[in-house]
Design a protein. Structure first.
Length: 173
């Protein structure tokens, strides 16, 4: 299946000069969405993760479906002020600025096995921030995954040591 057929490209979003690869159209198609989840299931089924940790917001869609398929728990990583209990945070740089994400302090325990997922990797800042949050809590990263990778923006190189896996590659911005 050519997943690029199901991804909508939106120029100048979220700001001028950025070509945004929108996976909501992929999620809308049950065959394409199933293909993505089943592909990631095949990658991680033998690693037996305890949790899928997913980045807000499109990562939640992918991560929750994958967690159900793998029979493991789901943990959200959110923007500041969105989680109700005590949190820890990690600031990061992205292609068009800086941001911060948070996770509940009690979300993970040392030794628990985690796969961190998001929809897209550009500069890698968001997923790497998620990885750092997991590491701060003492859990073990057994994989990092995305649907889309944009290698020219350098994120892949930051994530390769975490068994980074992706399904689609786009060149350019």
């Amino acid at each position: 299946m050519n997943l690029k057929d199901y991804v909508r490209d939106i120029p100048d979003f979220p700001k001028k000069g950025i070509l945004f690869h929108d996976v909501t159209t992929l999620f809308k198609n049950p065959q394409a969405f199933s293909y993505v989840v089943n592909n990631l299931y095949d990658v991680y089924k033998n690693t037996k993760p305890d949790y899928i940790v997913a980045i807000e917001a499109r990562g939640f869609i992918l991560g929750s479906a994958l967690a159900l398929r793998l029979g493991c728990g789901f943990i959200p990583v959110r923007k500041p002020g969105k989680l109700p209990a005590d949190t820890i945070s990690e600031e990061y740089s992205l292609e068009y600025g800086t941001d911060k994400v948070e996770i509940h302090k009690d979300a993970l325990r040392p030794g628990e096995k985690v796969v961190v997922v998001d929809d897209l990797v550009a500069t890698g800042g968001t997923l790497l921030a998620g990885v750092k949050l997991v590491q701060k809590l003492g859990a073990t990263i057994i994989g990092v995954a995305s649907i889309i990778d944009m290698p020219e923006l350098g994120g892949r190189s930051l994530l390769e040591s975490y068994n980074y896996y992706y399904l689609i590659e786009y060149s350019g911005h």
